[in-house]
Design a protein around this ligand. Structure first.
Ligand SMILES: [Zn+2]
Length: 417
């Protein structure tokens, strides 16, 4: 079976130009003894907005790894696909993020629900999970509620998985199941039974992306109580370990944290908990590489600075249109966005600092950063100019991309000093 490594990072590269700089961060971590499997991901949403094809991601990944002489495994992720959107990803992907969020809450047939309840009823009452001191309790009624909420979605995951398996062959790809783009977080108890359902469907998932409590907004820090997150994360991790044994899921099944870039206030917790239990992690970064491209061009000054300022100014005009596809995963306070008349006077340093993610910097503005995060469509509309500027300032941009992934993400998460 194709197996994902213990540590892996999902890296988005919307315009397909920074794969080499991203890979350099992975190679650098390897030199420090942290082996990370690179996974290039791009969602259907991003492909549609930019006008690219999944095969573009495959050719970028193949090219940069070949050029760097990178001999370890790497993956191309069909990110957030479902039954209707998976087709064009099947040939060129070997990692599939099966997104069942939109099926949660839909009712499976009563026969299926009853069948699941009779299978799982042995786990009602007191559920002892090794490592979790408090006992999780599940009544029959609660089990019924969980089945009503999640069984249909789990069966859909099975259907999508089998569709992919039929074309790619068993064991030739990695399966992730994601449920993160929903309003309600899943409790550890729910997660346990969801895993039972997925095992019942024969989905050999190696990563699972639950929805945690708190906000995981794109490109900015975690918003919520980091200690509460840590407790929840550790419980999820122990529940997964137990479910693997009980239901015969793949031994390497691990948590995938979506919109996982920039969550600096919880990296320390994640890092120490996975170390404590000797578990792996998949960190899926949002498309923050695009922001680093904008930062690099801002720093370059001159025409490049003017170009990215124009993107910001246009994004103020088109804010609603740009934010709609991301409504659940951004929180922008529009009163905190500097207006065009002000920004047009800013120099390189001030403009770049306003959306580079350095929390202590007094110029840093998370509202501006989130807006720019979703504004990549505006660069895509002016591709020729955008690519020319990226080419002209390639070294500066690559440096920003590398530093962001390596210094701010990998080093913090894995405790590299
Ligand atoms: Zn996600």
């Amino acid at each position: 079976m194709k197996e994902i490594g213990k540590y892996s990072i999902g890296m988005g590269d919307r315009f397909g130009r920074q794969g080499h700089a991203q890979l350099k961060a992975i190679i650098e971590a390897g030199k420090k003894g942290i082996e990370i499997t690179p996974v290039w991901n791009k969602s259907n949403r991003e492909h549609n907005i930019i006008g690219t094809q999944p095969s573009d991601v495959r050719s970028e990944a193949d090219t940069v790894t070949r050029n760097a002489g990178f001999k370890k495994s790497y993956f191309v992720d069909a990110d957030h696909i479902n039954f209707d959107t998976v087709d064009r990803f099947i040939d060129c992907s070997d990692f599939f993020t099966v997104d069942v969020a939109s099926y949660i809450g839909k009712l499976a047939s009563r026969t299926d629900i009853e069948r699941f309840i009779s299978f799982a009823s042995g786990y009602t009452g007191k559920l002892e999970i090794p490592g979790i001191s408090k006992t999780l309790k599940c009544s029959k009624e609660h089990l019924n509620e969980i089945a009503e909420k999640y069984l249909f979605a789990s069966k859909k995951a099975g259907e999508i998985y089998r569709k992919i398996e039929k074309q790619k062959g068993k064991g030739n790809f990695v399966t992730e199941v994601s449920m993160d783009e929903v309003v309600q977080p899943q409790t550890p108890l729910e997660l346990f039974f969801i895993l039972a359902m997925l095992a019942g469907e024969g989905v050999p998932l190696q990563t699972i992306a639950p929805k945690f409590s708190g906000r995981f907004n794109k490109g900015v820090d975690y918003s919520g109580d980091p200690l509460r997150f840590a407790t929840e994360f550790e419980e999820d991790l122990l529940v997964i370990g137990h479910a693997v044994k009980e239901f015969g899921l793949p031994e390497n099944l691990k948590i995938s944290v979506h919109s996982g870039s920039d969550k600096f206030s919880i990296y320390g917790h994640i890092g120490s908990i996975i170390k404590k239990h000797d578990k792996g992690i998949h960190l899926k970064t949002a498309g923050t590489t695009w922001l680093e491209e904008v930062i690099g061009l801002a720093e370059a000054g001159g025409e490049a600075l003017e170009f990215v300022k124009t993107i910001y100014i246009k994004s103020l005009e088109k804010i609603e249109e740009l934010c709609v596809p991301y409504a659940d995963v951004i929180d922008i306070n529009i009163n905190m966005l500097p207006q065009s008349g002000i920004v047009s006077h800013w120099n390189s340093v001030k403009f770049a600092a306003s959306f580079r993610h350095i929390p202590g910097n007094r110029d840093y503005n998370p509202n501006m950063r989130q807006l720019l995060h979703v504004a990549y469509k505006l660069a895509a509309e002016n591709k020729e100019h955008w690519f020319r500027l990226l080419d002209e300032h390639e070294e500066l941009v690559a440096k920003c991309v590398f530093e962001n992934i390596y210094d701010r993400h990998i080093c913090r998460l894995f405790g590299i000093s």
